[in-house]
Design a binder for this molecule. Structure first.
Ligand code: COA
Length: 152
């Protein structure tokens, strides 16, 4: 899949490349607590992951402002539709509308390219992310529950 560059205002979304791996690692390790898989990632692991992800047809963008990588967002096409994920904005740039603008552009692009639903998963205790997704037009369709042993 060819990934077009997307841009709005001062933001530029371009395909993530191996040179972006250090920033991707920082973004991800700084936001671990919000992901279903909260493990720490490494440079080597992330480089290998990026290659596998691209080979599998996943779309990984970095969000740049003034030539600096300040965020990331991915899209994972499958037979179930397209899952949008791995959305992170660097702490210093949060709360300035970066992800709202980035996600709107990505969704508009995906809606023209892929059939089926565009969906994402988010933790219920992540009000900031939920407010972004609701503002862009996502609504809750499923609730996932996990069993935790009440005796430990
Ligand atoms: C979630 C995240 C990507 C949002 O990016 P962002 O660029 O800061 O988001 P925006 O600035 O576009 O919008 C943030 C919105 O959340 C709102 N918000 C902030 N704190 C909030 C809170 N505690 N409760 C509810 N809404 C909140 C803001 O008011 C803003 O909405 P507004 O523009 O209507 O005022 C970013 O906070 C992040 O990287 N978080 C850590 C990783 C993460 O949680 N990723 C999502 C995993 S599903």
């Amino acid at each position: 899949m060819t990934m077009p560059e997307l841009s709005v205002d001062e933001l530029r979304l371009r395909e993530a490349e191996p040179r972006d791996v250090p920033q991707l690692v920082n973004l991800r390790n700084g936001a671990r607590e919000w992901f279903f898989d909260p493990g720490e990632v490494t440079l080597e692991g992330t480089l290998a992951w990026l290659g596998r992800s691209q080979a599998a047809g996943e779309l990984n963008w970095v969000v740049e402002s003034d030539g600096e990588v300040i965020g990331t967002i991915s899209a994972l096409p499958s037979e179930r539709g397209v899952e949008v994920g791995r959305m992170i904005v660097a702490p210093a740039q949060q709360g300035q509308g970066v992800m709202k603008r980035a996600l709107r552009m990505v969704v508009a692009f995906l809606a023209h390219r892929f059939p089926g639903p565009i969906f994402l998963e988010v933790r219920p205790d992540n009000p900031k992310a939920r407010s972004v997704y609701e503002d862009v037009g996502f609504t809750v369709t499923r609730v996932r529950m996990e069993w935790h042993d009440p005796t430990v």
